[in-house]
Design a protein around this ligand. Structure first.
Ligand SMILES: *Cc1c(COP(=O)(O)O)cnc(C)c1O
Length: 365
C-alpha cells in the first residue's frame, strides 16, 4: 500500500539518532521546558531567520497564543481562509475573536487578497495567512495590505517549514509565525508539538508566559494562560529530525516535480505554484471533476489518497454562522469538491512514484 506517510520506512540512521535522543532525555533531570526545548528553540529560530522561537504543545495553540499575546479577543475580527485545517479557525474561536472567512485564489488555493479586502471592517485586528500545501505566496502585497490597514499579519506555517522567498523564510514576515510539528508535517515530532516564531520581543515574552498558565514568575499568574508546553522528548526528537529536514524537503520537491511533468491525464489539472524554494511541497494536490472516482480507482490499486479539505470551514457545525466574504466563498467550495492529495513524502521510492503516475495517467472515469 502506498499512502500519505510511512513512518515505518524511515532511514535506519535517523531511527538510531532518535533512539539515542530518547535515551539522552531519559537520563537527564528534566522532562518539560528544559535544555532540550531551549536548544531546539534556538535552532528553530536560526532556521527561520528570526530572533525568537517559543516551543508550544501544537500548531493550533501557537495560533491562539499569537492572538492572545496581541490581546485579540471578544469583539475583534480575524480574517482567514475556509480552505485550511479546521485548527486554524478553532484557534481564532478559542481566542474569543470572530473568524471572518475570505475566499481563495483558485489557481493556488491560497487566500485571495481581493477577498480579504472585502472582509475588512473597523473591527478587523489580524489576518491569519495559511501557507497552504507548503506554498509561500508573494508576501509584499500581504505586508502592504496589513500595514496600510493597521492589522496584524500572523502566518500559519504548519505546512510550510523552510519555504522561502528572496532569502526570507516562512514565519519571518508577520508579527508571528505558527508552526505545527504534528508527525506528518514536513518537520514532525513523534507526538504533538508546535512553535511560535517572531522577531518581536514582546510577542516572544508574552508567548512564554501564555504557554505556561500565564505564569510570569513562579506561581505568579498575571494573564489567563494555557497549558501548552513542549516536552524534552519531543524537543530532542525535533533536534535530530531538523538535521534531515533539508534532504527530506528536497525529496518531496523531486516527487512533486515528477508528478508535475509526468502526469498527463487531461482529466486532471495541477495547482499553479511550480516547484521552487517557495514551495516545500507538503502536499501534492490535483484538481479533477472526477475526484471521487479517481480516489476510488487509486484505492483499488493500493494507493491511499487524502482530501485536503473536503468540507470547507463554513460548512462545519461549530462554524456555521461565521462571517464571510459578502461575495461568497465559491472558489473554496469548488476546490473542496475537486481536490485530491497524491502521496508525497520523503519515504516514497521511485518505483512507487512511477506507479502513482501511471495509475493517474491510466484513469478513465
Ligand atoms: C496541522 C495544521 C494545523 C494545526 O496543527 P496541530 O499541531 O495539529 O494543532 C494548523 N494549520 C494548518 C494549516 C495545519 O496543517
Amino acid at each position: 500500500m502506498i499512502g500519505p506517510a510511512a513512518f515505518d520506512h524511515e532511514p535506519v540512521e535517523l531511527v538510531d539518532q532518535m533512539t539515542a535522543a530518547i535515551s539522552r532525555v531519559l537520563r537527564a533531570p528534566y522532562r518539560i521546558l528544559g535544555p532540550e526545548v531551549e536548544a531546539f528553540e534556538n535552532q528553530w529560530a536560526i532556521t527561520c531567520g528570526v530572533r525568537h522561537a517559543v516551543g508550544v504543545a501544537n500548531g493550533m495553540d501557537a495560533i491562539e497564543i499569537a492572538l492572545r499575546a496581541l490581546k485579540i479577543g471578544p469583539g475583534d475580527e480575524v480574517i482567514t481562509t475556509p480552505m485550511t485545517a479546521f485548527a486554524t479557525v478553532l484557534a481564532i474561536l478559542r481566542s474569543g475573536a470572530t473568524p471572518v472567512l475570505a475566499d481563495i485564489d483558485p489557481a493556488t488555493a491560497i487566500m485571495s487578497l481581493d477577498s480579504v479586502h472585502r472582509c475588512l471592517t473597523p473591527r478587523t485586528r489580524a489576518v491569519v495567512l495559511v501557507h497552504l500545501y507548503g506554498y509561500l505566496t508573494e508576501m509584499e502585497p500581504w505586508l502592504q495590505l496589513t500595514s496600510s490597514h493597521g492589522v496584524h499579519l500572523i502566518e500559519d506555517c504548519a505546512q510550510a517549514h523552510l519555504a522561502e522567498r528572496n532569502g526570507h523564510v516562512a514565519g519571518s514576515f508577520g508579527v508571528a509565525g505558527a508552526f505545527s510539528f504534528y508527525p506528518t508535517k514536513n518537520l514532525g515530532a513523534i507526538g504533538d508539538a508546535g512553535a511560535l516564531v517572531t522577531n518581536d520581543a514582546h510577542m516572544s515574552e508574552a508567548a512564554r508566559h501564555l504557554r505556561n498558565y500565564g505564569q510570569t514568575e513562579r506561581y505568579r499568574h498575571d494573564v489567563l494562560g494555557l497549558n501548552s508546553r513542549l516536552d524534552e522528548m519531543q524537543a530532542a526528537i525535533l533536534t535530530e529530525r531538523l538535521g534531515w529536514l533539508r534532504s527530506f524537503t528536497s525529496r518531496r520537491q523531486a516527487i512533486a516535480q515528477r508528478y508535475r511533468s509526468e502526469i498527463n491525464n487531461t482529466r486532471v489539472t495541477m495547482l499553479q505554484p511550480g516547484v521552487d524554494g517557495a514551495n516545500v511541497c507538503h502536499l501534492f494536490v490535483l484538481l479533477t471533476s472526477h475526484r471521487d472516482a479517481l480516489q476510488a480507482f487509486l484505492a483499488r490499486n493500493d494507493v491511499a489518497t487524502v482530501i485536503h479539505y473536503p468540507i470547507p470551514v463554513h460548512h462545519q457545525e461549530p462554524a456555521h454562522d461565521v462571517r464571510r466574504d459578502p461575495s461568497g466563498l465559491s472558489h473554496a467550495e469548488h476546490h473542496g469538491r475537486s481536490c485530491l492529495s497524491l502521496p508525497c513524502h520523503p519515504q516514497l521510492s521511485d518505483p512507487q512514484v512511477e506507479q502513482v503516475i501511471s495509475l493517474v495517467n491510466e484513469f478513465t472515469p
